[in-house]
Design a protein around this ligand. Structure first.
Ligand SMILES: [Zn+2]
Length: 528
């Protein structure tokens, strides 16, 4: 029954999402994580090629800062690997830092969109050329005297473009341009825009008078400036997102990654899946016929149509007839996480991996050939190969014991989680702001970025785990499990599970027994 299914689906989405975008956003939200990461990545950095001010840097050989890394859209021309921001910035440095904070909405799309050279060439053309040409063409034919109407122009800023140029191109006089820039100044400096920012203008025609200007400041905020009588009034507002549910699944052919990508599942969601089920499933050794299915959020902007991945709500991998499941749930006391069908928290109280890695380049071992020292030495940790600048997360809540340069470890962070366990993170290109000895960190919090400082042949994270002060193999450690859900939390969780099953069923990915149960339940509801 299609209608009953649609009703069930509405129920599902309503129940899951409630009113659009809770405020404030939940702190454990993966999206927030990503934003922290991006902010950290693009945060105040010493300009590439500029002087190194960190005393640590001159004290040790640091390959990262001496060899420019290959251009990577995520790495922003290698700026990432600059030394940590000096504690005290001069006024102008701080200004520059503030402007570099405002990262492109989508650095990857921006990089793909145009190489810098092309963008410069394009920037000399008028982005509104077509529109203006059409207006001029029509001007002779249409009686404009009594008719005014508005046009909305949208434009993604290109490399090298200034706001004056763009507003000029939209038909504003130099005086008007100046008026708008001045009016907005208190909220945002329009003289300091960057490539990739989304701009939208509402222009009153035929006199091309600007009525409204909207410019993305970052992923969450935009500037709105509006003409009101003879004044222009500016404010900041939150960018509205709409949440949507996406379901994907199928057979895993070569790897989860390839199969999920083929289904249009975003990278971010795939690495979350690996993180959620990482304790249960060995993704490197799946059998023929293994399958996956996932329900995840997509956040889209009604104004620009852009969308970005939210978080995984439910995931399942079936391997050799065994099902490994994860359901996202927030308990009545506000803690969020992934649980199996029985309400047992997945993983331990530790993240399986501190980093989204491409491969494990070196295992824990009591004696291996060291590529830099050229002799056999024990390797008391696991090396995760990952691009420089990849965010590194604390694997569990804890207190920072060390954060700074530590011999061959390069930039190093050590965290004490409880009386028994500590973890160490080495070769960081940067340590995240606020991560210093004595600071408290949360599980999943970004504490630094992958680099190759200290004794390292290439960018990777060396991850060490200590139990009672002794090194243990992080991949084999048998860590404590948190308590399962019970009482109200368990009751609420069961509703979440059944909603997710309905979402799977709706997408044709339901397991037979679930689908039957849902159909029966729907029939019973309909009969009431
Ligand atoms: Zn190592």
């Amino acid at each position: 029954d299609v209608e009953a299914q649609a009703a069930a689906y509405d129920y599902v989405t309503r129940e899951i999402y409630g009113p659009p975008l809770p405020d404030p956003w939940p702190q454990s939200d993966a999206l927030v994580d990503e934003e922290i990461a991006l902010e950290e990545i693009y945060g105040p950095l010493v300009p590439w090629g500029g002087p190194l001010e960190d005393a640590e840097v001159s004290a040790a050989v640091d390959r990262d800062e001496q060899t420019p890394v290959a251009l990577d859209p995520y790495v922003d021309d290698g700026e990432l690997c600059g030394p940590p921001p000096p504690e005290e910035l001069t006024e102008t440095r701080r200004d520059r830092a503030a402007s570099s904070h405002e990262l492109p909405f989508d650095p990857l799309a921006e990089a793909l969109d145009s190489s810098h050279k092309d963008a410069k060439k394009k920037a000399t053309s008028n982005p509104f050329e077509e529109f203006l040409a059409a207006e001029q063409r029509d001007a002779g034919k249409v009686e404009y005297d009594t008719v005014t109407y508005t046009r909305e122009l949208t434009h993604r800023l290109r490399s090298g473009e200034t706001m004056s140029e763009v507003l000029g191109a939209a038909g504003l006089s130099a005086t008007e341009v100046d008026e708008w820039i001045r009016a907005a100044r208190r909220e945002y400096n329009l003289n300091r825009v960057y490539a990739g920012q989304e701009l939208s203008l509402v222009v009153q025609m035929p006199e091309t008078e600007l009525q409204r200007l909207s410019l993305d400041i970052d992923r969450k905020t935009r500037l709105i400036a509006e003409r009101s009588g003879d004044k222009v009034i500016a404010r900041r507002e939150e960018i509205p997102y709409e949440r949507r549910l996406r379901v994907a699944g199928g057979e895993i052919e070569h790897s989860l990654y390839l199969s999920a990508i083929a289904q249009g599942v975003p990278d971010k969601i795939i690495s979350e899946i690996a993180e959620i089920l990482g304790w249960e499933v060995n993704f490197g050794a799946l059998y023929q016929g293994a399958t996956f299915r996932v329900v995840y959020e997509e956040l889209s902007r009604p104004d620009t149509g852009q969308s970005t991945a939210g978080r995984v709500l439910a995931v399942e991998v079936e391997n050799r007839g065994r099902r490994y499941e994860g359901f996202y749930y927030t308990t009545p006391d506000g803690s969020s996480g992934y649980y199996n069908r029985h309400g047992e928290a997945l993983g331990r109280s530790f993240l399986r991996y501190p980093v989204a890695y491409s491969r494990i380049s070196s295992q824990f071992s009591k004696g291996r050939f060291h590529p830099v020292l050229k002799r056999r030495v024990p390797h008391y940790g696991v090396d995760f190969a990952a691009p420089p600048g990849t965010p590194i997360k604390a694997v569990a809540d804890g207190t920072v014991e060390k954060a700074g340069w530590y011999g061959g470890n390069g930039r190093f962070v050590k965290i004490r989680h409880d009386r028994l366990y500590e973890t160490g993170y080495a070769h960081l290109s940067r340590i995240a702001r606020g991560v210093r000895a004595g600071a408290h960190v949360k599980k999943g919090q970004v504490i630094g970025y992958v680099g190759s400082t200290g004794l390292a042949t290439g960018p990777h994270l060396h991850f060490a785990m200590y139990r009672a002060g002794k090194y243990i193999d992080p991949l084999k450690a048998n860590l404590p499990r948190p308590r399962p859900l019970s009482g109200n939390a368990l009751a609420g969780f069961r509703i979440t599970v059944s909603m997710m099953e309905r979402a799977y069923a709706k997408a044709g990915l339901g397991h037979e027994e679930e689908t039957t149960r849902i159909a029966t339940a729907l029939a019973a509801e309909a009969a009431e």
